[in-house]
Design a protein around this ligand. Structure first.
Ligand SMILES: *Cc1c(COP(=O)(O)O)cnc(C)c1O
Length: 472
């Protein structure tokens, strides 16, 4: 019935509540080692003024913690697929690493599906959710056997036609919006009254329509909701899951059989950007769900989760060289090479997305205090291009490095091409056998020649010759 292998009892299953303080300290120590190693090994320097670094050990730890957290609460034998939300870190080697750790993928575009396939993930470990799937995308997903959650009635019409015309192994479901309200960040709240995602359950007639949709289609076996991302408190996330579970129970009761066999509870576990600690933890969330929605884990439903930010954020660091240190109107300003191109959300919405900044000296060693108030600016040509404003920290001097912490998800992998700034290289790191740190290239730095090519370099005269006298 289920296409994926259910997660085995975790190797470290007994340590669901492992020492998160100790883990955080070790993570910070690994990061310091990596910054120093990156400078020593020349990945970072005058000619490579900004890089993204990924902590392979930390990513493995988070994947293991996620598996262990759910293994600890589900009935034995419950099929569980943890599908990483690819949009949080769309990098092929990251997807492969997570695959090796027993994690599948949630995709929302043809590009993301292609990344997952390039990483070698099997279709049965992949889920397609997106609000704007084309007929071609749906056809491809069904041909491959990728699970699909229909966003709306028009999409369900398209699935009807496809299911009628060809056999598919794809598990199919509907995404609902329980309309339970948003969190502290509007842009990442998906269960608001007027959210663009899913079937808005509390709208007039909508619940009845959903029940009938399942009654009419025995092949609809899943139900999906993703209540939101950063800024949603655990209790609200749990309410979204509770509403989804209650709907599945109602549908199965009214149809008179267990047609819905799998609940896709989405992702959205918030990340702590204020300190090193991992909080909340997957274990806390799983226990909250067990308390609030006991039936969810009793073995009658298979589960799909779709965590993104919480798996990767803590394991990525943007490190940028301080090109100049200056002062303006009495304010110290470190002008670095990391700004809006690698920290777009933080620069445009600093109140909602503050980042911790760590100071390193020219050799990549942590800088001691005393602290001074300074701005940490990016390279882009607008005055709001600041990683941090009025921040108290050890003074950054020319040639030092500023590190934007917790940027492993939705930051440096999400380059924004302002000022034609090149995409930085991304490197994974792990301890080597000799007690040092080893690096592997995850993504090459983009070259200036590539920027030209991607900016119409092959079409220089396209506009001047268009409609010119004598042209066709
Ligand atoms: C973005 C998204 C996720 C992941 O959200 P995180 O906050 O990164 O965990 C999961 N499911 C869907 C449908 C999404 O759009």
């Amino acid at each position: 019935m289920f296409g994926w292998k259910h997660t085995k009892a975790d190797r470290r299953g007994e340590v669901v509540d492992h020492d998160t303080d100790g883990e955080a300290r070790e993570r910070a120590a690994r990061r310091d080692e990596a910054v120093r190693g990156a400078v020593e090994q020349g990945l970072l320097g005058p000619d490579a003024a900004v890089v993204g670094l990924l902590d392979v050990t930390g990513i493995r730890e988070s994947a293991a913690a996620l598996r262990a957290a759910f293994d600890a609460v589900v009935a034995p034998g419950t099929p569980v697929l943890h599908a990483f939300a690819v949009k949080a870190s769309p990098l092929v080697p990251v997807l492969r690493l997570l695959h090796e750790e027993g994690i599948g993928a949630e995709v929302a575009s043809p590009g993301e599906l292609a990344l997952v396939r390039a990483a070698g993930l099997p279709p049965e470990n992949t889920v397609l959710d997106s609000p704007a799937k084309t007929p071609a995308e749906l056809r491809e997903a069904l041909a491959l056997g990728v699970a699909v959650n229909a966003d709306n009635p028009q999409e369900l019409d398209r699935l009807d036609a496809l299911v009628a015309s060809a056999a598919t192994r794809s598990p199919l479901g509907i995404r609902v919006n329980p309309q339970i309200g948003g969190g502290t960040i509007g842009a990442t709240s998906t269960a608001t009254e007027t959210s663009k995602f899913g079937v808005a359950l509390r709208d007039e007639g909508a619940r009845e329509w959903v029940v009938q949709a399942y009654a009419d289609r025995p092949w609809l076996t899943r139900l999906h909701a993703h209540t939101g991302s950063q800024g949603i408190p655990l209790a609200l996330l749990a309410r979204g899951v509770a509403e989804t579970y209650a709907l599945a129970e109602e549908i199965n009761a009214r149809i008179g059989r267990r047609q819905i066999d799998t609940l896709d509870i989405g992702g959205g576990l918030p990340v702590n950007f204020e300190s090193e600690a991992t909080a909340p933890t997957y274990a806390q969330y799983a226990r909250t769900l067990k308390a609030e929605v006991p039936g969810l884990f009793d073995g009658r439903y298979g589960l799909v989760t779709e965590f993104g930010r919480s798996l990767l954020a803590k394991h990525g660091t943007v490190v940028a060289r301080v090109e100049y240190a200056k002062s303006s109107g009495g304010r110290r300003i470190a002008v670095t090479h990391a700004g809006v191109q690698v920290a777009t959300r933080t620069v445009y919405a600093p109140g909602a997305w503050p980042l911790r900044i760590a100071a390193y000296d020219a050799k990549g060693r942590p800088k001691p205090g005393p602290e001074v108030t300074q701005d940490v600016a990016g390279p882009a040509c607008f005055s709001g291009d600041l990683l941090a404003e009025g921040r108290s920290m050890p003074p950054l001097e020319q040639g030092d490095y500023a590190a934007a912490l917790d940027t492993g998800a939705y930051y440096f992998a999400h380059h924004y091409a302002y000022n034609s700034l090149t995409r930085p290289g991304v490197y994974g790191f792990a301890p080597d056998a000799a007690g040092g740190v080893a690096f592997a290239t995850v993504r090459e730095p983009q070259t200036v020649a590539e920027v030209v090519a991607e900016s119409g370099g092959a079409h220089t005269s396209a506009l001047t010759t268009l409609g010119a006298p004598g042209s066709p």
